[in-house]
Each structure stands twice: as structure tokens, then as C-alpha cells.
Design a protein. Structure first.
Length: 348
């Protein structure tokens, strides 16, 4: 039997090669749609008038299309590095890798939610299903994942089948703004979301739907992106940093701390935890870790494109991926925004 480290190495190599193959065969139209999709992050749900002016009264369908175009390529770019799960975790142990910190956070989340053998769990915005599979693996829970991107759902299905988890994990198409969800009342013991709440047009309505789906005493946890009290909208530098970071992290809504947590309470939850999950509230060391890795990869890609080993669109993709990483680090250190704010609520 292979050692876990060797198995993981083989897994990472196969994942990277598969992602490179997918990116290699992208059509010019797919590359163009991905690059143009970044524009959607110049908008915010709070300014609906601007969305209507740009996309018309049925603006949400255009927004949704661009988000799908974004993630259908981004998930392969992220899989080349340590962010295959497509989120920078809370910094919980700076002596460990980014991937190890993801596991530490997910273990904490499972403990907080009380997930155990046989628990029925919903993952909203499940991406490639890597969090769902890890949650199921360490708890023996049954996890249902929802996502709007078929490419990621197919990746999730292949992954859990390869891991022998198909009897405990399932994935289906689902839009967190298409309410109600297709599940009966009190279907789940626990529900979680990592990095998806920014896509909710109405947090309170979504939280109310989550409450409907939870069994009595069930819990909900989310790790997500918010504006912190130090953010000053009248500060030109703060506003510029926010504008640059939103496309990088894939954020449309940027709720305040009060909007993020207050809406959960208004929806009928008792707040059990409402804090930045990172040590001293700073994610910057892990953000820098990811930024340095992908910046290095980008330099390598530039050489391979120049030598005509990789097609020219690889440079386009990686240049866009790594743009403004330093802005995210600076904003985190200024404590004006974070993507590691953690909410834990219990249905009451």
C-alpha cells in the first residue's frame, strides 16, 4: 500500500496534467468569455440600477452566465496550485501549508456543525466537490453539493467515484438565488457554504431558506468575504483596493459585517460564532503563499509560450489570474476586507 504522501503526489500530478490538458484545448471563444467575465465583478448587488442599465431588467441571467464562464475556466487554473478547493482558508496554523490550513478549517467547521456518521449535510456552492468529499470522509456523513457550473459538477462526480464516496456524496445543479431549493422542510442536519454568499442577491432570504431546510436545532456555517469596519468608502485608496480585489476573489456582493451577521439573526438563527477565523484576523500569509506560487507559475508559462511549447492563450489566462494579488494582501493587512469571516448559527 502506497504511503499517503505518495498517493497525494500522484493525485496532484494527475490533477495538474488534467487541468493543463483542459486549458490547452480551450477554444478562442472560451478564453474570450473567461477574460470578459471578470467585468461582472465591477458590479454590486446593492446597486441594482447600475446592473439594469448595463444588462437590462433581466440582468441576473447575464450575471449568471458570466459567473459560469468565470468558474468553468478558473477551477482548472486553481487546480494547478494549492487552491483546487478555490478558496484561501482562514490562517489557522502558519507553520502549515495552505492545503493543511484548509483541512484544519474544515475539521473545525465539522465539529462546530456537529456533523457525524449518517448526518445529512448540504454544501451550497460546492465547486469541484473537494470540500464535500473531505467532510464526508472524516465524518461518514451524507453530503449533497449544489453548484451552477456543470464543469465543476462533473469534476466533483468523477472525484467522489474515484474516492469510493459515491454512496455518501451526490452533486446537483442548483442556483442559490433560485428559491426555494428543491428539498423538503427539515431535510438537513447541517448546512455550510465556503465563499459562496457573495453571490446571494438577498442574504436574508437565503438565510431564511437555509433555516427552512434545517432540522430543529440544526446549524449553518459559512466562511466568506465581507467589508470590515475599518473600510472607509470615502477613502480613495480603500475604494481602489476593493475594486481591484473583487475580480480576483470572485466577489459581487461585499456585505458589511452587520449585514452579513445581522441578516442571519433576522432570519431566525442564534449566532454561536461571529468572528474572523484567521489568527489575529489576518489571512495575508496564506494569500501571499498562493500569490507567490501562481506568480512563479506565470513566469514559467510566459517562457513556455515564448518557446511555443504552450499556446499563447495560456499567458492571457495566467496574467489575468495573478493580477492584483498584492492588493488583496495590502487590504488584508489594513483590515478593511477579509475572505475569512466565519459565521456559525443555530436554527431557533
Amino acid at each position: 500500500m502506497l504511503f499517503p504522501q505518495v498517493r497525494y503526489l500522484f493525485y496532484r500530478i494527475s490533477t495538474v496534467l488534467n487541468s493543463i490538458k483542459t486549458l490547452y484545448t480551450l477554444s478562442p471563444e472560451k478564453v474570450k468569455a473567461f477574460v470578459e467575465s471578470y467585468d461582472v465583478y465591477n458590479y454590486d448587488w446593492n446597486n441594482e440600477e447600475e446592473l439594469i442599465r448595463s444588462f437590462g431588467p433581466d440582468y441576473y441571467q447575464e450575471v449568471k452566465k458570466r459567473v459560469i464562464n468565470f468558474y468553468s475556466v478558473l477551477n482548472h487554473l486553481c487546480a494547478i496550485g494549492q487552491v483546487e478547493k478555490m478558496y484561501i482558508p482562514a490562517a489557522m496554523d502558519l507553520s502549515k501549508s495552505l492545503t493543511a490550513n484548509q483541512k484544519l478549517f474544515e475539521q473545525k467547521m465539522c465539529r462546530d456543525l456537529g456533523i457525524g456518521e449518517g448526518s445529512k449535510v448540504l454544501d451550497i456552492g460546492c465547486g469541484r466537490g473537494r470540500i464535500a468529499s473531505y467532510v464526508s470522509k472524516i465524518t461518514n456523513a451524507h453530503v449533497t453539493g449544489m453548484n451552477i457550473d456543470t464543469d465543476q459538477l462533473e469534476s466533483a462526480q468523477r472525484f467522489i467515484e474515484a474516492k469510493g464516496l459515491a454512496d455518501r456524496c451526490k452533486f446537483q445543479m442548483g442556483d442559490l438565488n433560485d428559491l426555494p431549493f428543491p428539498f423538503p422542510d427539515a431535510s438537513f442536519d447541517a448546512i455550510y457554504s465556503v465563499g459562496s454568499m457573495t453571490y446571494s442577491k438577498d442574504l436574508k432570504k437565503l438565510y431564511q431558506e437555509i433555516r427552512r431546510l434545517l432540522k430543529p436545532g440544526g446549524k449553518f456555517a459559512t466562511l466568506d468575504w465581507i467589508r470590515l469596519p475599518n473600510f472607509d468608502a470615502s477613502n480613495v485608496h480603500h475604494a481602489d483596493l476593493l475594486r481591484r480585489i473583487k475580480p480576483l476573489v470572485g466577489a459581487i456582493g461585499t456585505p458589511t459585517l452587520q449585514e452579513f451577521s445581522g441578516s442571519l439573526q433576522e432570519a431566525g438563527f442564534r449566532l454561536l460564532e461571529n468572528a474572523n477565523a484567521s489568527i489575529d484576523g489576518l489571512q495575508a500569509p496564506l494569500i501571499e503563499n498562493a500569490d507567490n506560487f501562481f506568480s512563479g507559475v506565470t513566469k514559467g508559462v510566459e517562457r513556455l509560450v515564448r518557446w511555443k511549447i504552450l499556446p499563447a492563450h495560456f499567458k492571457v489566462l495566467f496574467d489575468r489570474l495573478t493580477k492584483d494579488g498584492e492588493a488583496f494582501v495590502e487590504a488584508d493587512k489594513l483590515r478593511i476586507v477579509t475572505s475569512s469571516h466565519y459565521l456559525l448559527g443555530e436554527k431557533i
